[in-house]
Structures are given as structure tokens and as C-alpha cells.
Design a protein around this ligand. Structure first.
Ligand code: ZN
Length: 61
């Protein structure tokens, strides 16, 4: 019987790659939300996003 136990190792390259991936995913999601809300055809969706911006104190107009 052969039992192989492999320890999970995290090296610096993996950490940097995952951090960069997190930044890219977050930025993409943020931009997608911003543009989807900004160019939304539905007035309700647009107004909701607009009200949310004011609710969190984000500069709007
Ligand atoms: Zn506004």
C-alpha cells in the first residue's frame, strides 16, 4: 500500500498572481456594474443605481 501525502505550498508567485486576479475581477465587476447601470434602458434600474449612489455618498451631480 502506497500513501502519498502532499503538503499544500503557497509561494510568492502564487500569492501575487491571486492578488492580481482579485484586483482584475473586482475592477471588471465594478466597471460592469457602473456601465450596466449607466447605460441601462430600464429607467427603474437606472434610478435605483442613482439612488444607491446618493445613499452611499458617492459624488454624482
Ligand atoms: Zn444624482
Amino acid at each position: 500500500m502506497n500513501i502519498n501525502v502532499t503538503a499544500k505550498t503557497v509561494n510568492l508567485t502564487d500569492t501575487r498572481t491571486s492578488a492580481l486576479a482579485s484586483i482584475i475581477v473586482t475592477a471588471t465587476l465594478g466597471a460592469a456594474l457602473l456601465f450596466m447601470a449607466g447605460f441601462a434602458q430600464s429607467a427603474t434600474l437606472h434610478d435605483t443605481a442613482h439612488d444607491s449612489r446618493h445613499a452611499i455618498g458617492f459624488p454624482c451631480h
